[in-house]
Design a protein around this ligand. Structure first.
Ligand code: SIN
Length: 478
């Protein structure tokens, strides 16, 4: 039996409701409409805030052990439905199916982690300056949360936000990405089936979310915003949240450098850079954007790397053998094409790829003779294009790698341990992969420096974003 029958345009508040308006969700691979989905607006948002506020009073009173149990049920249900969840994701946003299955496990990993972590929200006692006083600190849920998730990880970014929030005792209103609401609705149904109390996790799909978001953010009952998406939208949400002084976590854009030093094993380095660059067809915030390769090995590396890129299977993302699917929409395809065209007009040279294929497909591309003034060096391409830049010294490459307003992820490949530590410490990024092109994991802190964001998701740090610290001073009277 399917997880949820979406023949009607459902959205989820304290129960399943049918929307008055709908919009079409299209499959990026075929261009065909998958189904018409609920299009929530201001009316639904107002009600959702009321529900989130009321259900918070009950949810926060559950013991950590009760919340943990429900999260653990959710985790098990997600794992029971790997195939349906993965197929849905591939249909909605064209992630190659092997990666979609991997994402279900990744998403479930956050739920599992925070089911455990719910029981580890510790307070502290500490010395007072007066003999008759006792001092302590407790942690409490911050309150109702508004979460906005991206299309490139429809499940994992949802659980990376909702699982710690729910574990901490917060309620969540979730606005999934316009392109991927189906995956979010399926997770909400599994939350309900897991015993998630009514109103604790609401899902409001919406085609043009500006008005809905503004209303929710302006409401003082919402105490926390958590967002993954573009730096431009993140800055707007940051401004909007200031009005009611909300806590905010932002996981924004990146422009990741991958530095390959002269002592690297080229074959292994190629493997990691391919994984980091072409994961999700180049559509992750932590995908490599600039490949800095030492001048003594750059020709050898570029040849081997281009060969690997040529071997990637471009095709139907539903096919088990596919490595690269189509881009998510026309705007993404246009951006990728314009980055390559701009680079070519400024003197770059294509080693492989460099062209749009049919539909929304773009060939895996390796490009060289790169200059700093090319768009590819300044903006996130969010597609399968890999620029290779040569460098001569550690000092020079560090300067180039840090020369960006972004600071999410950076990677290095070297066999020199001292260099690995020194460079990892000097890179102005929140995540460093040393000989590791895919460092993300549920147990690790994920987040950026500079304009790549605020706060951390994942691991023991992720739940802190949904907790307030309260100091209690007790004066003994006798
Ligand atoms: C992202 O692209 O925002 C998330 C990528 C990851 O979790 O590795």
């Amino acid at each position: 039996m399917p997880i949820l029958d979406l023949s009607k345009p459902l959205y989820f508040t304290d129960d399943w409701e049918i929307a008055e308006k709908t919009y079409a969700i299209n499959n990026p691979t075929t261009g065909k409409t998958i189904l018409n989905i609920a299009d929530c607006g201001v009316k639904e948002a107002k009600r959702a805030v009321k529900i989130a506020d009321e259900s918070f009073l009950l949810w926060r009173q559950k013991t950590a052990f009760e919340r943990s149990k429900i999260l653990m049920n959710w985790y098990e249900l997600i794992l029971e439905h790997v195939e349906e969840l993965a197929q849905t994701m591939t249909l909605e946003m064209a992630k190659p199916i092997r990666e979609s299955r991997g994402e279900v496990a990744y998403a479930a990993g956050f739920v599992n982690w925070y089911a455990e972590e719910a029981k580890r929200v510790y307070g502290e006692t500490f010395p007072s300056h007066m003999a008759n006083k006792r001092a302590m600190m407790i942690k409490q849920p911050v309150g109702p949360v508004f979460a906005i998730t991206p299309w490139n990880f429809p499940l994992a970014m949802l659980t990376r936000k909702a699982a710690p929030a729910l574990a901490a005792g917060c309620t969540v209103i979730l606005k999934p990405a316009e392109q991927t609401p189906i995956s979010a609705l399926l997770l909400a149904k599994l939350w309900q089936d897991a015993g998630g109390p009514s109103g604790t996790l609401q899902v409001l799909p919406c085609e043009k979310p500006a008005e809905l978001s503004e209303l929710i953010i302006a409401d003082p009952r919402i105490r926390k915003i958590t967002f993954t998406g573009s730096t431009k939208v993140g800055k707007l949400l940051y401004k909007q949240s200031a009005e009611t002084v909300k806590k905010i976590s932002l996981e924004l854009g990146g422009h990741a450098p991958f530095i390959i030093f002269e002592d690297a094993d080229i074959e292994l380095a190629v493997k990691e850079v391919v994984a980091s660059k072409f994961r999700n067809s180049g559509q992750t915030c932590v995908c490599t954007n600039r490949i800095y390769t030492h001048s003594s090995i750059v020709s050898e590396f570029a040849r081997a790397y281009a060969k690997s890129a040529q071997n990637l299977v471009v095709g139907d993302p539903a096919d088990d053998t596919t490595d690269i699917g189509p881009l998510v929409n026309q705007a993404s395809l246009q951006k990728v094409s314009s980055h390559v065209d701009d680079a070519l007009s400024k003197g770059a040279r294509i080693i492989t790829g460099g062209k749009a294929l049919h539909g929304l497909f773009y060939a895996p591309t390796v490009i060289t003779d790169i200059k700093d003034n090319m768009l590819i060096m300044q903006e996130e391409s969010f597609g399968p294009i890999a620029p290779i830049i040569s460098f001569d010294s550690e000092e020079e490459v560090l300067k180039m790698a840090n020369n960006t307003e972004y600071g999410l992820a950076a990677y290095i490949y070297t066999n020199n341990l001292s260099r690995a530590y020194k460079v990892a410490e000097a890179l102005e990024y929140g995540i460093i992969g040393v000989n590791d092109g895919v460092p993300s994991a549920p147990y690790a802190p994920f987040g950026g420096l500079k304009q790549s964001g605020l706060g951390r998701e994942g691991g023991k740090w992720g739940i802190e974003e949904f907790l307030e610290t309260k100091y209690i001073s007790v004066s003994l009277t006798q």
